[in-house]
Design a protein around this ligand. Structure first.
Ligand code: AHR
Length: 833
């Protein structure tokens, strides 16, 4: 009752509060601040969610080399799992036992056979005398007798459908080897989902060794769900490999090129740089599984594929050369991320010994030479032979992707010394802060609250003897569904803070970039598509608005505004293990008046809990997790508003094997805090993540029951381990509802004011511009908004929310009402400019 009344009062007062306290923005155009670097906004690319294969890379055939089921490099198959060879992890020396379930609908995923009933047609995946040593598998199709009636057709469904457009031309090619030297014939074409042939062509085969056959098809109809077919017109056995179908139209008409609509999204961002190829794929699930650039150059049928840590095999058709070419086509600097002999510590974490590091350093130098070496150099010649005698715009090397710790730092130093010696002009990026680091890469995936608060993240950071910052991966990825306007508002508020701190933060890139709507591996991403359609989320438009309106230098800008009210989501208690087996019992959530809000009942099957990853069960009166893996998670989400007021959470936890156990609490707008006891990095510490991060020394013994108590009182959050206080933080200050920065563009003599109104009501704002000659009016306003902050673009409504331009009257002291949930860029010309 008390809560209901409080909520009712708050709802009544909220609009009044906004009306009573008008927001203000005060700009001092004569008070310059930090310069705004041209390099600020870039792009992060990684092969996740079919960003490349089945996305940006325009190939239409999925599993073109019949290799989709090849095991992860460095792993073998056991009991339906693909398992890494056990070995110590680089981060803590423990064995990770990494594995991934290994199950496919057929031995030839994405391919199927259509044949008359009873026709004897055989298919098998073969490896003997392959097309190329890098391309070890192929399909054998045997039609002993050509059946009467309906045709035998080998079909490929593409990436959840092949998009064929009426009148457009498609280049088709395949390698074939006949079982006998007799001239066989096949028909290749595309057929719509309802069976209409949209294009076809007959091909006569000759010889009994591998040979490539190529031609083109022009479509006489459209379908987003078309299939490719190959129909034998003669009986016999046929080996097939590298079956390819490519739209003739690609971005900038490059052969082996990129899907035009997706590449255009990137071009419209006018990115300062493009980071490739990742992300975790750089490290690999195992060292053998890392992205290897030398396997991604040369003729496409000679490139070895690799398994992306995001769950599918990748052709490498979009390889080192193509990434560099894309950078050039976008007018962006290239940022190449390289492996330092350490695989992903969240997967297998295996590593190469120091003796093998020179091999990797040489590999990196060779890859740089491919981009920057003259056409006479060994690797520069390969670039020239691939059609690009001029050098590529490679500017940054990131040494490692998400690697940390002493071994990583030792590797960093070795790589940095060798690269700088050969290429002093390159800027080097370190994954963590260390002496002598030029640029450090920081990653933030969090809640809207974190990003709004992050508007001030760098304001008070030291400026001397510190590396420049590159926010290499950031995104609101919680509490925004699959991404909505709230995410864009929070990220834009955050990016305004980066712009204001441009002397320290010189680069940023949202991550991940793309998602195929049919296979989403990461919760929130920027640009979505299916076989035929694409759209950009408001996060994209927010970034584009800010990136394409960069001033040269910040000027002083102050704001006042009412407090931001963010919706209170349901609270959640989470229990977990981290590379361990553990047990939990007596979980109890109590209000300050002593009322028990939730209690675990271990006599019944996981009552009240929702198991996430892992093997959770009731054992001996406790909740036990004894499956293998990193984070295994169990949540209790039905604690509605309980966690928004004061409470005590108490429980007992015991580690059975491995590293540590994990407790998390989601409590209203403060977002999620989590405590890792005896795990993560360094392994004998307690880490608390949330708005604040803390490392507290703590050793967790195996087999011992610990009492854990977490108390929220007002703004104070405390954690006790066996009654000892281990963590004590204050919740952060209320968030403002209006965020702004201002800067001058010297050449055009413009003042650029960027404003995020995060309130879900229009906000009347008094804008005072001081220290400037007279302003020209009207000014140009670019604004993106929607009354519902949970609204978002989609494949069916791709530009429901997009920036719109208008003219607004301005002066040195004027009032403007920013729409609810809006991102705004105001460009004001000085008179006479
Ligand atoms: O962007 C998705 C993943 O997040 C990246 O692969 C990795 O670097 C980070 O953990």
């Amino acid at each position: 009752m008390k809560h209901t009344l409080a909520l009712f009062t708050a709802l009544l007062l909220a609009p009044l509060a906004l009306a009573q306290q008008p927001a203000t923005i005060t700009v001092r155009a004569d008070k310059p601040g930090a310069p705004v670097p041209r390099s600020l906004h870039g792009i992060f690319f990684e092969e996740v969610n079919h960003a490349g294969d089945g996305g940006l890379y325009a190939e239409l055939i999925q599993n073109r080399s019949f290799d989709a089921t090849l095991p992860v490099e460095g792993c073998t198959l056991h009991d339906g799992k693909c398992k890494a060879a056990p070995g110590p992890s680089y981060s803590n020396g423990r064995t990770n036992n990494w594995s991934v379930p290994w199950k496919f609908a057929s031995p030839w995923p994405s391919w199927s056979l259509e044949k008359p009933e009873g026709a004897a047609v055989e298919m098998s995946i073969e490896t003997e005398k392959p097309l190329h040593p890098n391309n070890t598998t192929y399909l054998r199709l045997n039609v002993p007798t050509l059946p009467q009636g309906p045709a035998v057709r080998l079909l490929n469904e593409g990436y959840w459908g092949i998009s064929i457009r009426d009148g457009e031309t498609y280049d088709v090619s395949f390698f074939a080897r006949q079982g006998a030297p007799t001239g066989a014939r096949v028909r290749v074409g595309v057929v719509s989902a309802d069976g209409a042939v949209l294009a076809q062509k007959d091909v006569a085969l000759d010889g009994d060794d591998w040979k490539q056959y190529a031609g083109s098809l022009t479509a006489s109809g459209s379908d987003a769900k078309a299939k490719f077919f190959l129909q034998p017109l003669s009986a016999g056995s046929l080996d097939l490999d590298f079956v390819s179908l490519f739209p003739r139209k690609t971005f900038k008409n490059r052969p082996n090129g990129l899907r035009t609509d997706l590449a255009q999204f990137l071009a419209d961002l006018k990115p300062a740089f493009l980071r490739f190829p990742g992300g975790c794929v750089v490290e690999g699930a195992t060292m053998e599984n890392r992205v290897q650039w030398k396997k991604s150059i040369g003729p496409t049928h000679e490139r070895a594929s690799y398994w992306s840590v995001w769950g599918y095999r990748v052709t490498n058709g979009l390889g080192h050369h193509e990434f560099l070419q894309l950078c050039e086509d976008l007018g962006a600097d290239a940022m190449w991320v390289v492996n330092v002999g350490l695989s992903c510590e969240y997967r297998n974490g295996d590593y190469w010994p120091d003796e093998r590091v020179p091999e990797l350093i040489q590999d990196t130098l060779d890859g740089i030479e491919y981009a920057l070496g003259s056409a006479d150099s060994k690797w520069g010649r390969m670039r020239a032979e691939a059609g690009h005698p001029e050098t590529f715009p490679l500017k940054y090397i990131e040494i490692g992707a998400e690697n940390y710790g002493p071994l990583y730092q030792a590797r960093y130093r070795q790589f940095a010394a060798a690269i700088k010696k050969a290429y002093p002009q390159l800027t080097l990026i370190n994954c963590e802060k260390a002496d002598g680091t030029e640029v450090v890469d920081e990653h933030y995936y969090s809640t809207p609250h974190f990003f709004f608060a992050g508007h001030r993240l760098y304001d008070n950071e030291p400026r001397t003897n510190v590396p420049r910052r590159y926010l290499g991966e950031f995104a609101v990825f919680q509490r925004v569904g699959t991404g909505n306007l709230t995410a864009a508002l929070a990220e834009s508020a955050f990016m305004l803070g980066l712009e204001r701190n441009g002397d320290l933060v010189t680069m940023c890139s949202y991550a991940p970039l793309f998602f195929n709507a049919n296979d989403i591996k990461w919760p929130v991403n920027m640009i979505g598509f299916d076989s035929a359609r694409s759209f950009a989320r408001t996060s994209y438009y927010g970034q584009r608005m800010l990136a394409s309106n960069l001033p040269d230098v910040n000027v002083a800008c102050e704001t006042t505004s009412p407090t931001l009210e963010l919706p209170h989501p349901d609270g959640e208690i989470g229990l977990g293990t981290w590379k361990s087996h553990a047990e939990f019992k007596d979980v109890k959530l109590t209000a300050t008046d002593g009322k028990v809000l939730f209690t675990s009942n271990a006599s019944r099957e996981l009552t009240g809990f929702k198991p996430g990853a892992g093997t959770w069960r009731i054992a001996d009166g406790a909740l036990r997790q004894d499956g293998d893996g990193d984070l295994r998670y169990l949540s209790q989400a039905n604690v509605p508003t309980a966690l928004q007021s004061d409470f005590t959470l108490s429980l007992k936890a015991r580690k059975l094997t491995g590293e540590g156990f994990y407790i998390s609490l989601d409590h209203g707008t403060q977002g999620r805090n989590h405590w890792i006891f005896g795990g993560w990095e360094p392994p004998t510490q307690l880490e608390v993540l949330g708005i604040k991060m803390r490392h507290v020394p703590s050793t967790i013994e195996t087999g011992k029951w610990y009492d854990i108590r977490i108390e929220l009182a007002g703004k104070r959050l405390r954690c006790f381990l066996d009654d000892k206080l281990v963590h004590d933080v204050q919740a952060s200050d209320p968030l403002p509802s209006l965020y702004a920065v201002a800067g001058m563009k010297n050449e055009s003599g413009e003042l650029i004011v960027k404003v995020v109104n995060a309130a879900d009501k229009p906000q009347q704002t008094r804008i005072n511009i001081k220290g400037t000659p007279t302003l020209s009016t009207p000014a140009t306003l670019l604004s993106m908004s929607h009354p519902d902050r949970t609204a978002e673009n989609s494949l069916t409504e791709p530009t429901k929310i997009a920036p719109k331009q208008s003219a607004v009257e301005v002066g040195t002291d004027f009032t403007h009402t920013f729409p609810a949930n809006s991102i705004n860029v105001l460009r004001v010309k000085m008179k006479g400019q």
